[in-house]
Design a protein around this ligand. Structure first.
Ligand code: AR6
Length: 231
């Protein structure tokens, strides 16, 4: 592990010098095993039909705002395919800003299998939930509830029965939960984003003034919830 490999160097160098050595030597993959990391899907941009360009602005801006509060913790936007448009937009916009790209990055994979299949260790994952906090319904919600099993359902119920758009709820996972055993995930944060799909509840009928406000609140609530698990 990273900590033991640096113990000899610590004795021989000043703390400042030692920190520098660790910065260069420890690979991001190794850091992944110790650094608190939130993996999150793009909220509202698939089933809820939110505009991708507007969503990518909000993701990058809220991440930029939270990174200084998060210490060394990392934020990873995840999607299923290398062709993901939201990942490309966010990558392009983040690279134009003064953002630490080691702590804010995109990753391709199934959010329920990031450690076992993708080699990325995230201790917290976010879910793009529905207002009833119910399993199923497709998308990332169905995948996360399936992977979390009854423990995730019970843990969710213990915290909340419903969610309003723009809000998030943090659910700690017990040691029996498969997401915790197999993937090292200690918390799932359910987030309800704004809905632009006329076939789903609370449709905003393309009102992007409201929609953008709610999506911004959703990410603020999500990153704030992650911050509470780090502190
Ligand atoms: N791993 C990573 N990303 C995923 C996965 C996965 N397993 N599955 C989907 N995505 P969506 P929404 C990406 O539709 O738009 C649900 O039925 C996907 O490519 O899951 O907020 C709920 O019950 C997209 O980028 O969420 C709600 O009713 C992102 O996750 C409603 O859909 C979000 O897509 C929420 O709709």
């Amino acid at each position: 592990p990273a900590s033991s490999s640096s113990s000899n160097e610590k004795a021989a160098t000043t703390p400042e010098a030692n920190e520098k050595i660790e910065d260069v030597r420890v690979s991001p993959a190794k850091l992944g095993s110790v650094v608190p990391t939130l993996a999150f899907p793009s909220i509202s941009t698939a089933d809820f039909q939110f505009d991708l360009d507007k969503a990518s602005d909000i993701i990058v801006e809220t991440a930029e705002e939270f990174l200084p509060k998060l210490g060394s913790a990392r934020l990873a936007l995840v999607d299923l395919s290398h062709g993901s448009k939201i990942l490309s937009l966010v990558n392009a916009k983040a690279s134009r800003k003064n953002i630490d790209l080691e702590r804010f990055f995109t990753f391709v994979g199934d959010i329920t299998k990031l450690h076992s299949q993708g080699g990325l260790h995230c201790n917290v994952i976010a879910n793009a939930a529905n207002w009833r906090l119910k399993p199923g319904g497709g998308g990332v919600n169905a995948a996360i509830f399936k992977a979390g099993g009854p423990d995730l359902e019970a843990g969710t119920r213990a915290r909340a029965n419903t969610l309003v758009p723009g809000k998030a709820v943090v659910v700690p996972l017990p040691s029996t939960c498969p997401l915790r055993n197999a993937e090292g995930i200690t918390h799932v944060i359910h987030v309800l984003g704004p809905n632009m799909n006329p076939n789903r509840p609370n449709c905003l009928n393309k009102d992007y003034t409201k929609g953008c406000k709610i999506l911004r609140e959703a990410y603020t609530s999500l990153f704030g919830g992650f911050l509470s698990t780090v502190e």
